[in-house]
Design a protein around this ligand. Structure first.
Ligand SMILES: [Zn+2]
Ligand SMILES: [Zn+2]
Length: 273
């Protein structure tokens, strides 16, 4: 409801949608439903209706405070993989018109529209969109330090991608900014060598454990002490080219003169809320 209200619909219109938008415990048990977390807070969720070869994405919502962090994209990509794994060839969306640009940008094809007029908006229509369900991704990303003593890999795609312009990241990378490729901790493993750790306290009062190669000094990944959910792989250590076009730029208040954030990229002067 909060996410839909973000588009400025009237209270009456929102109330009329309450039953349709509410997700019941029965619904969650009956169909694939996943939530996205940012830190320890729920940021959004989606649910799918399995219908043979063509599954429907019933819900995909991101809370306003977590918008523009790549959460919607991560949920959508997870939904398409889930559907493909379940045997779907395509995933359809009966979308809110405000969400259409996001879906089209993510590769949806518009098949038509259903009239859905509201008071004052007689021509409003809900776009009917279709995605190809992704073939199940067995992709593995690999990386390592500069001398090759330590190698690691992780399966699947990154959950989030950050370019951080803070002073700590400039120090740790000995360069202009840090690149954080956030991956589930369970998907990551070291395949050669043993990392050495250096730790520092963060502004939020946690201990950050920073893995590096004792032989060549490359920084490899960061993990929060005690956190089991995700780790932050340092992007430059990956073998593959990291595509920074979808990266979220943080601590842009500390950006080095001469470095510019690409137009249209999500950016925050400090740490996102
Ligand atoms: Zn090394
Ligand atoms: Zn930083």
């Amino acid at each position: 409801m909060q996410a839909k209200a973000h588009w400025g619909y009237s209270a009456e219109a929102l109330e009329g949608w309450r039953a349709e938008l509410a997700v019941s415990p029965q619904g969650i048990r009956a169909r694939p439903t996943f939530v996205a977390m940012v830190g320890i807070e729920v940021a959004g969720f989606y649910s799918l209706s399995p219908l043979g070869r063509s599954w429907e994405l019933d819900h995909l919502w991101v809370l306003p405070r977590s918008m523009h962090l790549g959460v919607g994209r991560a949920l959508l990509s997870h939904a398409l993989e889930t559907a493909a794994r379940g045997g779907a060839a395509e995933v359809t969306v009966d979308a809110d018109p405000n969400a259409e640009p996001f879906y089209l940008e993510c590769g949806a094809v518009r098949r038509g529209a259903v009239p859905a007029p509201l008071p004052g908006q007689p021509l409003r229509a809900r776009p009917q969109l279709t995605f190809n369900a992704k073939p199940v991704s067995n992709s593995v990303s690999r990386g390592g330090c500069q001398c090759g003593s330590i190698r690691y890999e992780f399966s699947g795609s990154a959950l989030e991608l950050y370019v951080c312009h803070c002073k700590e990241c400039q120090k740790q990378s000995a360069s202009a900014f840090g690149i954080s490729v956030i991956v589930p901790r369970g998907a990551f493993r070291v395949t050669r060598g043993t990392a050495t750790f250096w730790s520092r306290p963060t502004d939020t009062g946690h201990m950050l454990e920073c893995a590096f190669c004792a032989n060549c000094g490359s920084r490899l990944w960061h993990q929060r002490r005690g956190a089991v959910d995700t780790i932050s792989v340092k992007g430059g250590s990956l073998d593959e080219t990291v595509d920074l076009r979808r990266a979220v730029h943080i601590w842009t208040s500390r950006i080095l003169p001469g470095i510019t954030v690409p137009e249209g990229a999500a950016q925050f002067p400090g740490e996102p809320e």
